[in-house]
Design a protein. Structure first.
Length: 212
């Protein structure tokens, strides 16, 4: 089984490799990518059976890579392994074609269970994600989506960073955008969420369990 691990933290990549080799031994061949550029280079040069992908990468969101894979490598399953709770990114990831979503707090046994389930039936849906998906269906049928659910992935990412108190210049640097662009996003977000300032945005994200 050939796996590509995409995470910008070497410690996390080595930890995942250790678990994979400990559980599957020589049955695993794994490559590592620390950035979107590295990931796309590997994906264009090799064929994989599974991708383990972090949501947060330096400069770009892992969701951008997920979107690319869903368009260019439609049959390639992607298991998201993120530091963020399911409530914050799981539904967005599943919408973009993720095969499953785990947090980095998950036990190694759950990772292996997810991989085996994806191998056998193409998807891994944990109990938490299953509940979120059910709520999503009900909200969709009732045309009762919350304002943040209507944001694009980039808008949500920037809104979340603002809510966490990250300065615009630091957001701009991490996402490789200009400060002017970040401030434009900020104004657009306030309008879409019917909020007036950063404090209200932070309060909204806390009330909706979008930051911890």
């Amino acid at each position: 089984m050939r796996i590509l691990i995409i995470d910008d933290h070497p410690f996390v990549r080595k930890g995942l490799l250790h678990v994979l080799h400990d559980e599957m031994g020589s049955a695993i061949i794994a490559d590592e990518a620390a950035s979107q550029m590295e990931a796309l280079s590997f994906l264009e040069a090799n064929r994989y059976d599974l991708v383990l992908l972090d949501v947060s990468l330096e400069g770009r969101s892992g969701l951008d890579i997920l979107s690319w894979i869903n368009k260019e490598r439609l049959s390639l399953p992607v298991l998201i392994i993120s530091m963020y709770p399911e409530e914050q990114y799981a539904i967005r990831a599943m919408r973009l074609g993720a095969a499953g979503y785990l947090t980095k707090h998950s036990a190694p046994a759950e990772l292996m269970s997810a991989i085996k389930q994806i191998q056998s039936c193409g998807k891994y849906i944990s109990s938490n994600v299953s509940m979120l998906l059910a709520n999503e269906i009900v909200a969709h049928n009732n045309s009762n989506k919350k304002p943040h659910e209507k944001l694009s992935n980039r808008e949500f990412e920037i809104a979340r960073l603002i809510a966490l108190g990250v300065y615009p210049r630091d957001i701009a640097e991490s996402l490789k955008l200009s400060v002017k662009t970040i401030n434009t996003y900020r104004s657009r977000l306030f309008k879409k969420l019917a909020l007036r300032n950063n404090a209200e945005l932070t309060k909204y994200f806390i009330q909706n369990n979008l930051i911890s």
